[in-house]
Design a protein around this ligand. Structure first.
Ligand SMILES: [Zn+2]
Ligand SMILES: [Zn+2]
Length: 371
């Protein structure tokens, strides 16, 4: 369809009369705009529901291999690897950072400055493109605090650190674009499912139309956001004396992001070539046209059905259907929790008995001789 094969997936709760949750998959258009690919209404967010949604999603992808960027609750974790392959599952880095941050808070390290430094080190680890830079950043974290470094090592960096993730993910590491979709759909969440879908369709068509016409304003072969990134790389490029082969760069930026890195820009300038010849086609205006060239198939219309005895429906041709029931929502017992459930890797705070200085027990289980 033209979009890069990277899907950001997220969910939100529905607060309309039927409750339940909305799961959705978003892709990027040629200029990093939000392109809603699929959404599904489910009763809750358990393994079966996620599996159902991801399986349907896989069905519309026509066998194309895709990268799935997704937070990692247990339910999602196994369904993604079963359906799309474990190596194609990227963990949303924003969520990883949040979990790292709450792990940091449990370490009893005081001072805001320390936390800022720790998060900066984590950024360096995550955004390093080369193994050598990853290792250097990791060593720094080891010196900073061994426990934090252990946390990183134990929390599968191969799913969220750029140098460790082996598939090309076009420099996309978070589900932020899905988050924008969530905000965009805020009003619809309070409606019934049917109204939600109708409102969504209306809004979606208007948005797709705007984006489709948006290419008229593109001043070059690529969109404004892509152009800005490209210009930045061109500005950073220093004159060069050695002429490398122009198919990849050892800094990996070109291969990973699809846009020529400053080094390649320097070479292109020296050769007096056109920089647009070196941009991946997925950023070009022709791709944008392709992405928005699709058409909605109108839903087949029916004559209004009659409600019959025994809660069945009868359409104009006399066919009888079971009547549509609202989705089953399993509401967990007790009051709804206020705080977000952390991903699976959270650790319990170790208890500590102050009199013997022992860890892992309190007064009732203490066997140590007291001073
Ligand atoms: Zn480079
Ligand atoms: Zn003790």
């Amino acid at each position: 369809m033209g979009c890069r094969p990277v899907l950001a997936i997220d969910s939100c709760h529905l607060s309309g009369p039927y409750k339940g949750a909305l799961l959705f998959a978003i892709v990027y258009d040629a200029d990093d705009g939000m392109f809603p690919l699929a959404l599904g209404v489910v009763g809750s967010e358990n393994y079966e529901d996620w599996y159902w949604f991801l399986e349907k999603l896989k069905g519309i992808l026509d066998g194309q291999e895709v990268i799935i960027i997704l937070d990692r609750h247990q339910g999602i974790l196994c369904s993604v690897s079963e359906l799309f392959g474990v190596e194609n599952h990227a963990y949303c880095y924003r969520h990883v950072k949040q979990n790292f941050s709450s792990f940091f808070n449990r370490q009893n390290i005081r001072g805001k400055k320390w936390k800022e430094d720790a998060l900066l080190l984590l950024d360096n680890i995550a955004y390093a493109r080369l193994d050598i830079d990853y290792n250097e950043a990791f060593e720094k974290l080891v010196h900073f605090n061994g426990d934090l470094a252990r946390w990183v090592a134990e929390n599968s960096p191969k799913h969220w650190a750029m140098s460790k993730f082996l598939k090309k993910c076009w420099d996309k590491m978070t589900t932020n674009i899905a988050e924008s979709f969530n905000a965009w759909l805020r009003e619809e969440r309070h409606q019934t499912i049917y109204t939600l879908l109708l409102m969504h369709m209306d809004k979606l068509v208007a948005m797709l139309d705007t984006y489709m016409r948006g290419t008229d304003k593109w001043k070059s072969m690529v969109g404004p956001k892509t152009k800005e990134k490209l210009m930045l790389n061109i500005m950073r490029s220093a004159p060069i004396t050695v002429m490398p082969y122009l198919d990849k760069c050892t800094c990996l930026t070109w291969q990973m992001s699809g846009l020529p890195c400053p080094h390649v820009c320097a070479v292109i300038r020296t050769l007096r070539h056109d920089v647009y010849d070196y941009i991946d086609p997925c950023f070009k205006v022709s791709t944008q046209h392709l992405i928005y060239s699709g058409q909605f198939q109108p839903l087949p219309t029916h004559n209004m059905p009659k409600v019959c005895e025994a809660r069945t429906l009868q359409d104009g041709q006399g066919n009888v259907f079971p009547s549509l029931q609202p989705s089953q929502v399993r509401r967990p017992p007790g009051r709804p929790r206020q705080r977000r459930i952390e991903s699976q890797f959270s650790h319990k705070r170790a208890i500590h008995y102050y009199r013997c200085n022992g860890i892992g027990h309190n007064r009732s289980k203490c066997n140590n001789p007291l001073p």
